[in-house]
Design a protein around this ligand. Structure first.
Ligand code: ADP
Length: 454
């Protein structure tokens, strides 16, 4: 079932229920009023008959009968019976005994003084009237032809009105639901034409006012993000292939060189050492690519545990100095911490990689191969700053240095793949921290890691 028919159906159901309830209430109220009015008329008739019969001496039973039968206001099938205190019929407006009465009925009238009952299609009112010391029972019955025909007319009008009203509601419901949903159908058609190859396409945002326009605006925002993600993915893959091809080509040419002629053991050893270096570079590159390609949080491999940041820093320092003994790493505390001040929840292996990378960059890109590491803490963060006095980074390149494979123009003479900082940022974000940079050309650089206290 389409939304259009569902909305129209619900709308019609609600209106139809209201119309039906309204019609039923109107009909029942009218029926009750008609009945009450008719009983009142019958009682009036009964009282008048008794008064004429008992109080007006000039009128005897036969005259009264004639008057009763010839009066203009005579009702259809009208009968009036008067009984004396011994329940003997002393007056009947008609000759035949069509009115149903029995001693029980009379007893009830005497008991309740007034009764209103149905006598077949007729209504019957019974009254106890005290006239000249005698308790007379009067039964008046008739068929309310006028009232019932009015009621039948009302019933017909209500039924036709109801059918017409429901028909109109269904039609209007379908029309207005269609009108309201037309923008959604339009969006639907536009969305069907969007595929991974034409993510540049956007939905019509209308006047950006109503909810459906807002849906289109939000959808376009998601499309924009998707397009960027696809673009990054594409450029990531092409950069990655390029980066992998370079060491592989080097490996191949070294192997070919080794095979060109018979070589001495020393020459072979030299070539093998080169091969080992290139293979290490390849392994490092592949590891970095793997780290970037998979979402760290999804792997389940990132286990967080309480750790001291300064301990991890010392491990990273040791590792760096083992590889590059000429580098100088000076670790300093800005504020002398208590034993637990540098405690955070994190993954020691990943954080060591971040610190190692930042120290390595600082020493690599600074002529004095020196980095100053400053640790400070406050009640929110543990802050580690890596300060160098190297070449620095231009303002135009600062925003892109965290993109995978980006290398500043000034870094081209140095070894590197452009993956380190993007990996660092990813790892710091997994720790709910921040990686910030301040730098200027020729002014050195400061990379700051903020890690929330555990
Ligand atoms: P890599 O160092 O392997 O090139 P990174 O992702 O670590 O890759 O760094 C990206 C780029 O940011 C570097 O190529 C370099 O241009 C710049 N950069 C990073 N750290 C520094 C630094 N301490 N001083 C100057 N430039 C830096």
């Amino acid at each position: 079932m389409t939304i259009q028919t569902r909305i129209a159906g619900q709308f019609s159901l609600i209106v139809a229920t209201i119309l039906i309830v309204f019609s039923v209430v109107v009909y029942l109220t009218s029926a009750t009023y008609r009945q009450e009015e008719f009983y009142e008329r019958l009682k009036q008739k009964a009282r008048t008959t008794v008064r004429l019969l008992v109080e007006v001496k000039e009128i005897d039973r036969n005259l009264l009968k004639i008057i009763d039968r010839n009066t203009i206001t005579e009702l259809l099938d009208e009968k009036v019976l008067v009984f004396d205190s011994r329940n003997r019929l002393i007056y009947a407006s008609v000759d035949d005994e069509v009115i149903h009465y029995n001693p029980d009925l009379l007893r009830q009238v005497r008991l309740k003084h007034e009764i209103e009952i149905h006598d077949g299609d007729n209504e019957l009112a019974g009254l106890l009237v005290d006239e000249r010391g005698e308790s007379l029972v009067v039964l008046a019955s008739a068929y309310d032809e006028f009232g019932r025909s009015k009621l039948a007319n009302l019933r017909r009008t209500l039924i036709w009105g109801l059918l017409g009203g429901i028909g109109m509601t269904v039609g209007l419901g379908l029309f207005f639901a269609g009108q309201s949903l037309r923008p959604i159908s339009r969006i639907n058609q536009q969305v069907q034409t969007i595929t991974s190859t034409n993510l540049r396409q956007r939905l019509d945002e209308g006047n950006r006012q109503d909810e459906i326009d807002q849906l289109a605006v939000n959808f376009n925002t998601v499309l924009g993000q998707l397009e960027r993600a696809f673009e990054q993915q594409r450029s990531f893959v092409s950069h990655a292939s390029h980066e992998l091809r370079t060491p592989l080509t080097a490996l191949k040419s070294e192997i070919q060189l080794g095979m060109t002629r018979h070589r001495s053991v020393d020459e072979h050893e030299f070539i093998l050492r080169n091969l080992l270096g290139d293979t290490d570079r390849l392994i490092g590159l592949t590891n970095s690519l793997l780290l970037l390609a998979r979402p760290l949080t999804d792997t389940g491999a990132v286990t967080m545990a309480p750790l001291r940041v300064d301990d991890v820093l010392l491990e990273a320092q040791q590792e760096l100095l083992n590889a590059y003994p000429a580098y100088r790493v000076r670790i300093d505390y800005v504020t002398l911490p208590d034993s637990d001040d540098t405690m955070i929840r994190g993954n020691a292996m990943l954080l060591r990689q971040v610190f190692l990378n930042l120290m390595d960059n600082a020493c690599k890109y600074a002529p004095d191969e020196t980095v100053d590491v400053r640790i400070s803490t406050n009640d929110q963060f543990c802050r580690v700053a890596f300060i160098d006095s190297g070449m620095g980074i231009g303002a135009d390149e600062l925003s892109t240095i965290f993109d995978p494979f980006f290398r500043a123009s000034s870094a081209l003479g140095y070894a590197g793949s452009g993956l380190g900082l993007s990996i660092c940022r990813r790892i710091v974000e997994v720790h709910n921290g921040q990686l910030l940079v301040e730098s200027g050309v020729g002014m050195g650089s400061t990379f700051t890691v903020l890690l929330p206290n555990g």
